[in-house]
Structure formats: structure tokens, C-alpha cells
Design a protein. Structure first.
Length: 250
């Protein structure tokens, strides 16, 4: 499964938004995007002899573009000391997450939201605004950032998004990135406002997106799970494959 993930979503990565391009520079696969998009290294096949030069080349490349970027390091990447080499090159690690994958057919599909809550697909600017409100309350994220992210992904036609409404109040939201030509869809951004946590909304949003992915012909769901979401996903049937850590270079 890890080999399949690497082959389809890392080595064979496709741009994730308008204006983004995937570049293959030697043994490195990277995305170059506009300033408000994601810029970074998705995959590499390095060893002790080639790693430092490849790292330096990526720093030069993105610096010339005036872009901060991320090296998305996975626990099985080589060489084994790639993390220390990134630190030595001026990268800063962010919190590690767990790469988790599930076969959609084995996930519980009948999980419903708590009583009084309905799940509403996000299809227009009003829906984006509701998601931005949830993200601001749940994560402290600025609304401008999530607005720009969602609009770009909707324009690329590779996004499914949903918001949970308690009456007229948005209380939870999540999105799913689609990866055409692969067996994977990716879950992102599942967040619930503090006063609605612990009532099953996260599980309901996972089940909703699993149904949507299955209807589109996808076989697997992938998540970069935080420590908070990992136990829930394990109970639902996801398996932990490895860790993933963003190393950021400003």
C-alpha cells in the first residue's frame, strides 16, 4: 500500500490548483505554484551521496522564485538522516502527522450526524464562506487563507466539500481532494467548533466523504492525521502506514 501511495500520489503527482505545475528535477518531484498556492517537494529518491546537493538545488530554485516552500518528508524516505540534513540546510519542522489509508468498501458507511444537524454540500461562494467561518472558529485560521484555497481547488474541479449545519449555524466542515487517474481521494480540513466536539461530527463527515469518493470510483481514502484524529480513524478502520513531517524553508 505504501508503494502504491508513493507511486500514485508522490512520484506521479498532479498539480493541485490553477497555475500550479509539477516539475521533475533529477530525483526530486516538486510543485511550483502561485504565491497563494502550495509550493514544495513531494517525493525524492536520494542517498547519502546526492542528498545535500539536491536539497541545496531546491533551496536555490524556490529562492529564485521568491517562494517559501515545504519539503514533505515521510518516515520511510531515504537517506535515513534526511531530516537532519534538512535541518542543517535551514528548514524548520512542523508537527509530525500519521499517514493513514483505508479501503473505502471496508469503512462504516451509515454514520449519521447528531440529531438536529444536517450535512450540506459546498457548491458556491456562500458555502465557502460557511466553511471559512468554521475553520476560523475551529483552528484559528484566517478566513482569507481558506477562501483562497477553496476557490482555487473548486476552479481546478478536484474538490468535494461539506459543511454541517445546526439550524443556521455552521458547526463543522471538511473537504476531500480528488486525484483523477489514481485510486486515492484525500481527506483534509475536518474541523468542528469547540462547543460541538465529541458528538460524532468528525465520524459523520468521514463517512459522508467516503460515500462521495466511492460514488466517483475511488477505492482508497488517505489522511495526514493529527494526534487528535488518529484514534478516531483507527476505530473507523484506517491503518497507519508511516509518518509525514512538513519541513518549511522561508
Amino acid at each position: 500500500m505504501l508503494n502504491l501511495f508513493d507511486r500514485e500520489l508522490r512520484r506521479g503527482a498532479r498539480p493541485d490548483g490553477p497555475g500550479a505545475v509539477i516539475e521533475r528535477a533529477g530525483d526530486v518531484v516538486r510543485q511550483v505554484a502561485p504565491a497563494d498556492g502550495w509550493n514544495g517537494v513531494l517525493w525524492s529518491a536520494l542517498d547519502e551521496r546526492t542528498a545535500d546537493a539536491a536539497i541545496a538545488e531546491q533551496v536555490r530554485h524556490y529562492r529564485a522564485l521568491g517562494r517559501p516552500f515545504e519539503w514533505k518528508l515521510y518516515g520511510h524516505d531515504r537517506p535515513a538522516d534526511l531530516d537532519r540534513r534538512l535541518l542543517a540546510a535551514g528548514f524548520t519542522p512542523e508537527p509530525a502527522e500519521t499517514l493513514m489509508v483505508a479501503e473505502i468498501a471496508r469503512l462504516p458507511a451509515a454514520v449519521e450526524p447528531p440529531e438536529g444537524v444536517r450535512l450540506v454540500p459546498v457548491t458556491d461562494a456562500d458555502g465557502v464562506e460557511l466553511m471559512a467561518e468554521v475553520h476560523e472558529r475551529a483552528f484559528g485560521a484566517t478566513r482569507d487563507h481558506i477562501r483562497a484555497l477553496l476557490r482555487g481547488q473548486f476552479a481546478a474541479g478536484a474538490l468535494v466539500a461539506v459543511v454541517a449545519m445546526a439550524g443556521d449555524e455552521p458547526v463543522s466542515a471538511a473537504r476531500m481532494d480528488l486525484h483523477p487517474g489514481t485510486g486515492f481521494a484525500s481527506l483534509w480540513g475536518g474541523g468542528t467548533v469547540p462547543e460541538w466536539r465529541g458528538r460524532g461530527l468528525y465520524r459523520a463527515l468521514v463517512a459522508h466523504r467516503a460515500r462521495e469518493a466511492a460514488a466517483r470510483g475511488y477505492r482508497y481514502l488517505q489522511v495526514d492525521a493529527s494526534d487528535q484524529s488518529r484514534p478516531i480513524l483507527l476505530r473507523l478502520g484506517f491503518e497507519a502506514l508511516t509518518t509525514t513531517t512538513p519541513y518549511v524553508h522561508d
